[in-house]
Design a protein around this ligand. Structure first.
Ligand code: NAG
Length: 394
């Protein structure tokens, strides 16, 4: 476990130089072009669009140097932990919205929504404490600020309508299990795994209810991936046990989390009037691709494109961390994993597409298109009517 601790204790504070080493494209979002619901995003590095470029945090929580963003969509690194876009960028596009700006971007405009996500962030405030991240509680406080600004700008009535029509997307929780639990001996001593999952889900539930109380009605959730199959965990397992394979303890936590989240969402749907949501099975979807990359148009499901050591699992991509050297693959498009912890843009895009138009076999009880454009709930009949469609997402 020693290795785990070093990997997840990000305690070195690097100079602010990093924060200036990137350029951001400006996000145009004219008021009169609003065509669907606004989009608010809460999360961690899976969907951080560059918020961490504006805070003092550790190099592990910043993606502001090359080769991040190398595929050219943004013309360079933006702070996204990807070779290009992340899932929420694609969702915004399908929803006919402009890119949703990072909340901390100076003079950003929020009439189409805001992205509060922060690399390293957890649901619990204890997660990655010490390294500054914007935890979920703080992200909710920021949302309150946006809500106030919108009321001032649009008037109470219009703002209220925007808030209740908007989609609220969550992609958070992995850090609570990685740094927050597996890498935190004190937490593991205090709480057995099931109890810890209960705490994480309890706090996530509170956040959902808080937003509901502020008028939010439509929610989307990206469930947790098979965490133990991240190149970082494969490398760790190899070092600790001399065996290859996924680190099952981490994957088990992700499964426990996903199953608890599903139950909570089913009850909230009954408890909270007008509460609509989409939840996905990202765990199985990604496991299929890791096991059979070639069936899905990939060549490599195990090794990271950017990193060092076994499986590219030593987290060095970007050259700003303790070890400066890293290897980079020739064609990120062939890879599932971009760096030791994060998937490639291609995975983000494929999953965004799946969530957007999926039938019930992948999402429940709404897909994102239905949520954004207020269509009806999916039924089993949708799958039966269109077996081909069901097959592609199974
Ligand atoms: C939320 O997390 C804290 C630890 O940060 C824990 O003490 C508390 O019990 C959790 N709340 C719920 C409702 O589970």
């Amino acid at each position: 476990m020693e290795r785990l601790n070093t990997l997840f204790t990000f305690s070195i504070i690097y100079p602010a130089v990093l924060l200036q080493a990137f350029s951001l494209r400006s996000y145009a979002s004219p008021l009169d072009q609003k065509t669907s619901s606004a989009f608010f995003i809460f999360g961690d590095s899976t969907v951080d669009p560059g918020n961490n470029n504006y805070i003092q945090t550790t190099p592990e929580n910043v993606a502001a140097t090359k080769p991040y963003g190398q595929n050219g969509f943004f013309g360079g690194p933006t702070g996204r932990f990807s070779d290009g876009r992340v899932i929420t960028d694609f969702i915004a596009e399908y929803a006919k919205l402009p890119l949703i700006p990072p909340y901390l971007q100076p003079s950003a405009e929020f009439t189409n929504g805001a992205n509060f996500a922060s690399g390293g962030a957890g649901i619990l405030s204890e997660t990655n404490q010490g390294a500054t991240v914007i935890d979920l509680q703080t992200q909710l406080k920021y949302f309150e600020e946006v809500q106030k600004t919108l009321s001032e700008k649009l008037g109470d009535e219009k703002a209220k309508e925007l808030i209740s029509e908007a989609v609220y997307f969550f992609s958070i929780g992995s850090n609570d299990y990685m740094g927050g639990y597996l890498g935190n001996p004190k937490m593991r001593e205090l709480h057995p795994p099931e109890e810890y999952v209960g705490m994480v889900i309890g706090n996530l539930t509170n956040s959902i209810q808080t937003l509901y109380g502020k008028g939010a009605r439509k929610f989307g959730f990206l469930s947790l991936s098979p965490l133990g199959c991240l190149p970082a965990f494969r490398a760790m397992k190899l070092e600790m046990t001399k065996e290859e394979g996924c680190f099952e303890e981490a994957s088990a936590l992700a499964l426990g989390h996903n199953s608890a989240l599903s139950s909570v969402l089913t009850s909230l749907e009954h408890l909270l009037k007008g509460f609509k949501y989409t939840n996905s099975n990202f765990y199985n979807w990604l496991s299929d691709r890791i096991q059979n990359p070639s069936e899905f148009g990939f060549k490599e499901g195990v090794n990271a494109c950017c990193g060092t050591g076994p499986f590219g699992g030593i987290y060095t991509c970007g050259g700003t961390k303790e070890i400066k050297q890293f290897e980079l693959c020739d064609n990120a498009e062939d890879y599932i994993w971009w760096d030791s912890f994060h998937p490639t843009e291609r995975i983000h895009e494929q999953f965004a597409k799946a969530l957007w138009s999926a039938p019930l076999s992948l999402v429940a009880p709404f897909n994102l298109e239905n949520l954004f454009f207020d269509k009806d709930k999916l039924t089993i009949a949708d799958v039966e009517d269109d077996p081909e469609k069901a097959l592609c997402y199974n």
